[in-house]
Design a protein around this ligand. Structure first.
Ligand SMILES: Cc1cc2nc3c(=O)[nH]c(=O)nc-3n(C[C@H](O)[C@H](O)[C@H](O)COP(=O)(O)O)c2cc1C
Length: 181
């Protein structure tokens, strides 16, 4: 059986940065601050390209622009922490996405097992040792093995959709997990 044809079509656009941003903006994501570096070197950047990759071994990845100030910090530290933000963290997400990136000194943190700070008020965190990095065009894909993790009490997550940050206020009605992994 073929795919039903409804007569509706998508608006075709030439592939380019604007179109890519507008289409990818329709894919709703959570928002994280990725931290790396130890002590004075510690820094963070707002990131939504986080993906869980493998359960055994426990692997995750995120993509970082090659011009990011965090890039060399991740490479030199060989470790990073992915901090999932809560719905109350809109300003924090903006602060770590600005040209003048915010300082971790102004945010409550605890040291993860790798020594890289985890944000104390994050919804959850995954501390990773860098196991590989891959060329991703103008970004680098940083693959990490999870060595330490934790989660806070249940709270609304911060989400990114159509270029805007907001809290996911409630679960959609009738939502039942289809996957408990
Ligand atoms: C919601 C959101 C998600 C973002 N996700 C990423 C990302 O996945 N990778 C990335 O390189 N930059 C991402 N950015 C942009 C960086 O946060 C931004 O360019 C920041 O200024 C980089 O600062 P840095 O040079 O200190 O790393 C994101 C920004 C926002 C607001």
């Amino acid at each position: 059986m073929g795919v039903p044809v409804t007569g509706e079509t998508h608006q075709a656009m030439p592939v380019g940065p604007r179109a890519l941003r507008s289409v990818c903006g329709l894919f709703v994501t959570g928002v994280t601050v990725v931290t790396s570096g130890v002590a004075e070197r510690a820094a963070g950047t707002t990131v939504n390209s986080f993906t869980s990759v493998s359960m055994d071994p426990p692997l995750v990845l995120f993509c970082l622009h090659n011009n990011s100030r965090l890039h060399t910090v991740v490479q030199e530290t060989g470790a990073y922490v992915v901090n999932f933000l809560t719905g109350r963290h809109g300003l924090l997400a903006r602060a770590f996405a600005g040209k003048e990136t915010a300082s971790l000194r102004d945010v409550p943190c605890t040291a993860s097992e790798t020594g890289v700070p985890a944000l104390s008020e994050a919804l959850a965190f995954l501390a990773c040792r860098l196991v590989n990095s891959f060329d991703g065009g103008d970004h680098t894909i940083f693959l990490g093995e999870v060595v330490d993790l934790g989660r806070s009490h249940p709270q609304e997550p911060l989400i990114f959709f159509r270029g805007a940050l907001s809290a996911l206020e409630e679960e959609p009605p009738g939502a039942h997990p289809i996957f408990d992994g």
